[in-house]
Design a protein around this ligand. Sequence first.
Ligand SMILES: [Fe+2]
Length: 482
Amino acid sequence: MSSQVRARRSYPVNKYLEGNYAPIDGEHVVAFEDMAVEGEVPTDLDGIYVRNGPNNQHPPLGNYHRYDGDGMLHSVQFKNGRATYRNKWIHTACFEEEAVAGEALWGGMLDARRGDRPDMPLKDTANTDVVMHAGKLIATWYISGDPYLIDPVTLEPLGQADFGGKRTTKISAHSKTDESTDDFVFFDYSRDYPYMNHGVINKDGVMTAFTPVELPGPRLPHDMWISHNYTILHDLPLIYDEDAYAHGRVKLRFEEDWPTRFGVLPRHGTGSGTGADIRWYEFAPCYILHTINAWEEGDWLHMTGCRIQPHTDGQGNPDLQSIVTIMGRHGLDARLYRWSVNLVTGATKEGLLDDKWNAEFPTWNNSVMGDQMRYAYCAQIRHEPVINFPGLMKFDLETGAAEMHSAGPGYTYSEAPFAPAVGAKAEDHGYLVSFVRNAEAGQSEVHIIDAQNFSAAPVCKLILPYRIPEGFHATWARGDML
Ligand SMILES: [Fe+2]
């Protein structure tokens, strides 16, 4: 790391450091009395909306990529018709080192890895995902990092999760909590053999299963599924170009002749812990960033998700190499899709659930995770001048109907988790909650949307005195989980 690079102390010109992508300073608590409120906070909304995302503590050393920023959580707690906003950085080990140094010590994913830090060649920011487990938040990173525990009410750091001293691997973003059992089901992937691991932490924080999962080589999975009895892991044909990687560059390859493989693993296996319990099923080659729900129906296992939609060539055929272009520019171009496998016969089937809408950053009612479900909610996608979400969508997976929601042009949304109403009587009885940027007014807002009256205006808007930058994934912590 040269002294010349160290001397750079101002923010470079970068479209993901400007506008509503610009990081904010400071950690705040905003009481209900200090928000402007349009409408009323529903009294059957009880819980906390928490969203993760990148927010640099210091100017970057080199080429900033929008995945690089230090993780910051923003939350809104709702109770008794009132709301409280908070934000706080995730106090990762790297964040603390850079806080002491007073400057960035790591570059980003477009820069050289730190050769002097084999323990941490890239800065683990924990900036990607956040889930509830056993009454605490767990923040995770998209390329598998250390999981950080956080108090869901105060956002105070509670240190790394070590699961009773049993954790020996990293943990990837999109590891999931089964709300029916409070099992935390995780996967880890890396460039080291066996390239993937799987584990289960029970509601008491005890690791009840751990299974090394052997892949043919290093892979780039981003998500997985859980049903009530199985974890379904991804082996997808999008990989790093190894020649480029050896020269310190990140370049993707799509192997058109490789199938998409889903590994179906009984959640607790047979106790062998060897990976021998996993069964692999092949589907047409594709890439998937984000899954929706999975469920068992008789002998069948159904899995839904957002499948990257390849562009078409001059003859109208799918151009699978366009997946490299889409993912290489970190674009989002996906359609709702379903894969199914018969666990007795091995038969498979797959197909689009919707061929029209570019749908990503999916959410659903997490209390039906592992059950056959009807409603998925996604962000609408706009790429220019920067990726943002101009609205939200509700999909009825039974009828194929899609409903749109937007407060108007100039509004952009965050990932919006589903918050079931207290005493909910139906799967979609509840609200979507989202941070919203109102560009025209130059203000950040929180919108509460009635999921059963989805296209209508929000039932409540909270106007915040601070700007909320664009972010990544979010969760809803029900009041009875706290
Ligand atoms: Fe993600």
